[in-house]
Design a protein around this ligand. Sequence first.
Ligand code: AMP
Length: 175
Amino acid sequence: MTLDQIAPYIRTVPNFPKPGILFRDLTPLLGNGAAFRATTAALSDRAGDYDLIAGIEARGFLFGAALAQLTGRGLIIVRKPGKLPHTTIGHDYALEYGHDRLELHADAVPAGARVLLIDDVLATGGTAEAAVTLLRKAGGTVHRALFVLELVGLHGAARLNAQGVEPVSLFRYPA
Ligand code: AMP
């Protein structure tokens, strides 16, 4: 299945979760075995050199786990606060209104491991930027971040580039 054949499985839902947002819904893609498998393969083709995959809660876990299984890499999970049972390290980051936090098990990243970051959607880049900061704080190196799709008008790619991370996405939407 080509990217053009996968594209129709990405559904746009207007005004979710709030008015004015075009939500890019990947559940039809996940629900089609051929489309999900081809998406995972396309992500793997663009993954470069890395030792471990880090998926961002929650939809980054889906694509991260699939890629980990395809490639035989381990999966690190980057979680919302209070979810991980063992000793954690965290990073607080600013949102448009308020702030949020991501956490990682303190021992999740072997020193110097090359970590490939993955999430479903790159929007403003705030979440991915925070995950990169946290993975580096944990001792890893991060050079590339993979996304199923990127909302180009929100300029997340520039934010990751400024961190020395190359963003790679399969699909690009204006916003
Ligand atoms: P950001 O930190 O702004 O890059 O937002 C990234 C996170 O929000 C990703 O984990 C996405 O799952 C989610 N997200 C943001 N905007 C959208 C959108 N328009 N459609 C689907 N998911 C989105």
